[in-house]
Write a protein that binds this ligand. Structure first.
Ligand code: HEM
Length: 465
């Protein structure tokens, strides 16, 4: 097909082995595609009928609806799951999807984030206090799996916002069962889609995806329905998801009950995994780059006398914090491949943000966090390529969760550098390199340890004073 099909013009690049079955299966497709882009340039054919683009302009051409309708999402990757209702992610019909967006948009605006601020601040305070307790226990410095604690705080935030109350992770120091199912479920979902390319191999699914994983997916669904029903049964006034989205029994103007269930199950993953991943990635890089970490600490500590001064609005005005986050979103992109589109008739095109990162950072020998690239005064030529980085996507299906995600990224990171100095620790988990993690639908995060030290003559003196 590659030689005679309509994509034959795009070549003569390599095609990943056996239609990228092996790299997909192993979780390393993103690095293989990045290598292809390095070798052949901005447009490569990664399979007989599949193209990956790293061109900045392609974002508008493929994803936006300016000048014509945006290309539809790929049915193969995002089609509905048989027997389950549609969610915002797999409502492929543009009219149905527009109804989902219209009904859900009010819950994701800057205004709604402002209304939720007291709840967000409370959970982040509990997170910082819990870490302080841990860090203060060891006179010679504690070693903490920071990813575990980030998962706790972000999960509690998602629970409180989406399901009427936190999942209790920070209180118990344990993952909510739901959270620990996510990676297994996502990997199974990736395998299931991949095997759609090869219907004759579908029997492999039974062999490679253990029954326990399938059961976890079913449990995940049941739990989402149960939690959502409980929230719907509460007649309370609070600025959360359910009070802000538009519901409609008939599913004509708002979301029907089954659609709310399906969307709730999606939001647990999209709302928690992405944000946790970027935070853990930024910390993983920063702890090894003393200059960038020092610049961030200086900015945050010199701007805020008290921690309680760190409102979401005030944090928006910190240029270095913003530069770290923009760079973190680019280098630690959590959704390296979630955005297949099918231009007519049936071809698949993907804009790979991970490859876009490579395009942005081509002069660099390896992925590295360089916040200065995002500062107004940055003299490097890389600055011109910033528009190639669209971690939240582009067009009518771009990320609805950007405002809450940005608020949480700013607040958690700023609070962490205000209260603690971070030590790089030489343990097995402390040596984790962020870009050495596999990626299925999202990056499969590994534990990562740092040594947080409570700032003695900063935090405690200032608090006492
Ligand atoms: C750093 C954090 C995040 C990143 C990098 C991110 C990235 C993305 C991207 C790239 C897409 C578009 C996929 C496509 O074009 O097919 C997307 C869609 C989406 N995201 Fe996010 N996301 C983040 C946080 C969140 C949060 C916090 C939520 C919810 C609370 C969320 C909910 C969604 C939903 C529901 C969609 C589907 C939108 C639609 O199809 O209309 N995301 N996200």
């Amino acid at each position: 097909m590659a030689l005679v099909g309509p994509l034959r013009e795009i070549g003569p690049q390599d095609i990943l082995h056996a239609r990228h079955l092996q790299p997909f299966w192993s979780g390393w497709l993103h690095t293989d595609v990045r290598a292809l882009h390095r070798r052949y340039g901005d447009i490569v054919r990664v399979a007989p009928d599949e193209i990956s683009s790293a061109l900045a302009d392609a974002w508008t051409e493929i994803y936006s609806n300016t000048g014509g309708p945006a290309f539809p999402k790929s049915k193969l990757w995002h089609g509905a799951t048989p027997g389950l209702p549609l969610s915002i992610l797999n409502a492929l019909d543009t009219k149905v999807h527009a109804r989902f967006r219209k009904a859900m948009d009010p819950a994701f605006t800057e205004k709604s984030v402002r209304l939720q601020e007291p709840i967000i601040q409370d959970h982040v305070v509990l997170f910082i206090e819990s870490l302080t307790e841990l860090a203060s226990k060891e006179p010679n410095g504690a070693v903490v799996d920071i990813v575990k604690w980030l998962v706790f705080v972000i999960s509690d935030l998602v629970g409180d916002w989406g399901f009427g109350g936190p999942f209790g992770c920070l209180q118990s120091g344990e993952n909510y069962p739901w959270v620990s199912m996510i990676f297994a479920s996502l990997r199974a979902a990736t395998y299931r889609v991949l095997l759609k390319y090869y219907p004759s191999l579908s029997w492999l699914l039974g062999l490679t995806v253990p029954k326990s994983v399938i059961q976890k997916q079913i449990q995940h669904w049941k739990l989402a329905v149960e939690k959502m029903n409980r929230r719907l049964g509460q007649q309370i006034e609070r600025p959360d998801l359910i009070s802000m989205i538009k519901c409609d029994d008939e599913g004509v103007k708002g979301l029907s009950l089954p659609e709310i269930h399906a969307t709730a199950s999606v939001l647990v993953v999209t709302g928690s995994e992405t944000t946790t991943s970027v935070l853990s990635g930024m910390i993983n890089y920063l702890v090894k780059i003393p200059n960038a970490l020092a610049a961030l600490k200086d900015e945050v500590r010199s701007t805020f006398e008290l921690e309680s001064d760190m409102s979401l609005a005030a944090l928006k005005d910190l240029p270095y914090l913003d530069a770290v986050i923009q760079e973190g979103l680019c280098v630690c992109n959590p959704t390296r491949r979630l955005r297949s589109r099918s231009p007519p008739p049936t071809r698949h095109i993907r804009q790979r943000a991970f490859s876009l990162f490579v395009a942005l950072a081509r002069p660099l020998p390896q992925p590295k966090l360089i916040p200065e690239r995002w500062l107004a005064e940055d003299p490097s030529s890389i600055k011109e390529q910033r528009s190639a980085v669209q971690t939240f996507g582009v067009g009518p299906r771009s990320c609805i969760g950007r405002p809450p995600a940005m608020a949480k990224l700013r607040l958690v990171l700023a609070r962490l550098v205000w209260r603690f100095d971070w030590r790089d620790v030489d343990t097995v988990k402390g040596r984790l390199e962020w870009d050495q993690q596999r990626s299925f639908s999202v990056v499969e995060r590994q534990p990562f340890e740092i040594g947080p030290q409570v700032l003695k003559d900063g935090f405690s003196e200032r608090q006492r004073g």
